[in-house]
Design a protein around this ligand. Structure first.
Ligand SMILES: Nc1ncnc2c1ncn2[C@@H]1O[C@H](COP(=O)(O)OP(=O)(O)O)[C@@H](O)[C@H]1O
Ligand SMILES: [Mg+2]
Length: 119
């Protein structure tokens, strides 16, 4: 048997991440099987360059292939003083996808309208 990258059907060309991908897939199985589920928390940690972002990107691909809506946000030390930074990142794409009349009714209920997308 020769060494090489995993087959395309396996985890998007990530080396040595079968265990982590299986854990992600299992968590998504549980979530998709019971939409009233509170879900679960997966913590991905490791030294810089170890592949955390790559694994998160693969997690996103797996979830989207299963039809899940994926919302994401990034924290950053320099943005700690920005109010609700992470919440805004999470919600803005959904708010921007609202029809104008839906957005207007959302505003009427007190929710702030989303800012226009930056160029
Ligand atoms: N399991 C892996 N197989 C192949 N390439 C990987 C793997 N994990 C990470 N990489 C690559 O290594 C580089 C660093 O990965 P990255 O996800 O940015 O690390 P981190 O977020 O932990 O700092 C990227 O170019 C990424 O595509
Ligand atoms: Mg990273």
């Amino acid at each position: 048997m020769t060494e090489g990258r995993p087959p395309a059907a396996a985890a998007a060309c990530l080396w040595e991440r079968d265990g982590e991908i299986a854990t992600v897939a299992q968590a998504l199985d549980l979530l998709c099987a019971d939409q009233s589920s509170a879900g679960s928390l997966l913590v991905i940690r490791g030294e810089a360059g170890l592949g955390k972002t790559a694994l998160l990107a693969e997690t996103r691909r797996i979830a989207e292939r299963r039809g899940c809506a994926v919302w994401s946000a990034r924290g950053a030390e320099t943005l700690r003083s920005v109010p609700f930074n992470v919440v805004r990142q999470l919600l803005q794409p959904a708010l921007l996808s609202l029809l104008p009349e839906e957005a207007a009714s959302t505003s009427a209920t007190g929710t702030t309208s989303p800012a226009p997308p930056s160029a």
